[in-house]
Design a binder for this molecule. Structure first.
Ligand code: F6P
Length: 543
């Protein structure tokens, strides 16, 4: 951490108090309005009143925000400065959702004209596929679009396509990511090569999983329709023209983006093509505009009212002052079923670092550990531990006042559960309350004595709630950008580079060495565990 941020954090650690959320609410009838924020332009109500903060802690967090000069760093990112210093790159996924008409320069070049051109190309192509003007090699309309990618080239479009299913009126999107053949085998079952379009999504176009799957898809297609069909059934979403050509995809069918767009931030680029084809370009653009609105809020709102800044600081407080290990992301929307998985890459690949800006080791925890599942299913799975486990796990609830479609009282029930869970986590259930409940139910004294300790909920478990007016492409854009900027702010607080990912390289390198060995090559220097496992695999392999 920068020196002054560290000192202010130590001050918070030193003055750490045993706050009771219940007492905080009792002593301050205005707590909800004090610690919540309605942002009309984002269609969002953010409630952070059920957190372990009081005015003094909140002010302490604001001092940290000031000391960290968050807005200066944000201005530098938005202006195209090369803030990803280990890769010597600008970080401009924000430019992809910029409709202001202004200039953004990297190395003295305005990048906006190229971005506008790329958006137009996506628009034209997605409309052609949707209308049937673009046809497969045998003249049939495309009915299924298979996105082959992994990591940021899969999680974003997959999550968003699921989230916006209710808006889909185009070809069906299918996603293949795992190098496990099961993924492509099962995904292609029942598909018709004549009406299937493959989007090979890979920023580098060298990723083992994606190229392996793309080659299998290619042979599935050519064995049915012949080599010439590739041109009409394969499109590349990439920054690497050379590799795209080498694969055999016509560069005309390549949708480019740039090295200033990180993989996990690439949904806003041509990597979102499967989504644009599924929901239509207008809806896709609306998602970009929601993200743009969040960016504006982030840049222009003072810290004490700034939602991503507050979210980042609360996460920081739990990580670095209270020492809570993990954070649960709990969308009360089936549409957001892949949101926690998407966020795992966004957050943990960005901030899972232990080297600071000066190249030295950090001596504090970085990176929030994110996990979660949609409610109400998660209530019947891990909520026991959230309510009564020995660890405190702060949670983010995400819900919508209006779902895309109402059916009976489903949504009221869903939301009642969401509100109730936050309430139960915060306020728990005392011994007296639990006892009275059992007495009212007519339980014997012996049963009450035996059950009582198990029926008590200590409460005081913090959570925040993001309550959107409705689930639309626009509010999905807001939600994603909100977490992106939260991650960015935390990277500044922890003084790390949130935009590289060297930590994924070693495993890739070792896997290719081991693959050579499976292919009978002589490989030196394997440890006895790896070579023992490998020997068992090679011996037992059925060919
Ligand atoms: O997992 C590492 C990573 O580099 C991610 O950052 C990226 O999203 C993913 O691999 C896929 O990379 P590509 O789009 O180049 O295939």
């Amino acid at each position: 951490m920068q020196k002054d941020v560290k000192e202010l954090t130590q001050k918070l650690q030193k003055n750490k108090k045993d706050l009771s959320i219940k007492k905080l609410f009792k002593t301050d009838p205005d707590r909800f309005s004090r610690f919540s924020k309605q942002a009309e332009e984002l269609h969002l109500l953010y409630d952070y009143s059920r957190n372990l903060i009081d005015k003094e802690i909140f002010d302490g967090l604001m001092d940290i925000a000031e000391a960290a000069r968050i807005n200066d760093y944000a201005q530098r990112m938005f202006a195209g400065e090369k803030i990803n210093w280990t890769e010597d790159r600008a970080v401009l996924h924000t430019a992809l959702r910029d409709f202001s008409g202004g200039k953004i320069e990297v190395d003295g070049q305005d990048v906006m004209p190229e971005i506008v051109k790329a958006r137009e190309k996506m628009k034209v192509f997605s409309e052609k596929v949707r209308s049937g003007e673009f046809k497969g090699s045998t003249g049939k309309k495309i009915s299924t679009v298979v996105n082959i990618g992994i990591g940021g080239s899969d999680l974003g479009p997959r999550m968003a396509a699921l989230a916006l299913r209710a808006f889909s009126d185009g070809p069906r999107p299918v996603f293949v990511s795992n190098v496990d053949a099961a993924d492509i085998i099962e995904s292609l079952k029942g598909l018709d090569p004549e009406t299937t379009l493959f989007l090979v999504a890979s920023k580098t176009f060298t990723t083992q999983e994606t190229i392996t799957n793309a080659l299998s898809a290619r042979s599935w297609l050519t064995s049915a329709l012949g080599e010439d069909a590739v041109e009409k059934h394969f499109v590349a979403l990439s920054t690497n023209r050379e590799e795209v050509e080498r694969f055999g995809i016509d560069p005309e069918n390549m949708f480019g983006f740039w090295d200033f767009v990180g993989g996990r931030y690439s949904l806003w680029s041509s990597i979102g093509l499967s989504l644009a084809i599924s929901i239509g370009y207008e809806n896709f653009e609306s998602m970009l505009r929601g993200a743009e609105a969040l960016d504006k809020h982030f840049l222009e709102t003072e810290y004490s009212e700034n939602i991503p800044v507050i979210m980042a600081l609360i996460g920081f407080l739990y990580n670095n002052v209270y020492g809570f290990d993990t954070t649960a992301i709990l969308p009360y929307s089936q549409y957001l079923e892949r949101f926690p998985a998407y966020l795992q890459q966004g957050d943990m690949e960005s901030n899972g670092k232990s080297v600071n800006r000066s190249g030295g080791p950090v001596d504090y925890h970085t990176g929030q550990i994110i996990w979660g599942e949609p409610g109400t299913n998660s209530q019947h799975s891990f909520f026991q531990l959230l309510h009564q486990g020995s660890r405190i796990i702060p949670a983010d609830f995400i819900g919508y006042i209006n779902p895309p479609e109402r059916k009976g009282d489903h949504h009221d029930k869903l939301m009642a559960n969401m509100f109730a869970q936050g309430e139960a986590l915060a306020f728990g259930c005392t011994k007296e309350e639990a006892k009275k409940e059992m007495q009212d139910a007519g339980l014997s004294k012996e049963d009450i004595d035996m059950l009582l300790p198990h029926k008590v909920f200590r409460g005081n478990r913090p959570s925040s709630t993001l309550l959107f007016e409705e689930l639309t492409p626009y509010t999905l854009g807001v939600l994603i950008a909100l977490y992106e900027q939260k991650i960015f702010v935390q990277g500044i607080l922890w003084d790390i580079n949130s935009f590289d990912q060297w930590g994924v390289e070693l495993g890739k390198k070792l896997a290719s060495r081991i693959l050579k060995k499976i292919g009978d090559a002589e490989v030196e220097g394997l440890d006895s565990s790896t070579s023992g496992l490998l020997a068992a695999y090679i011996k037992g392999k059925e060919i």
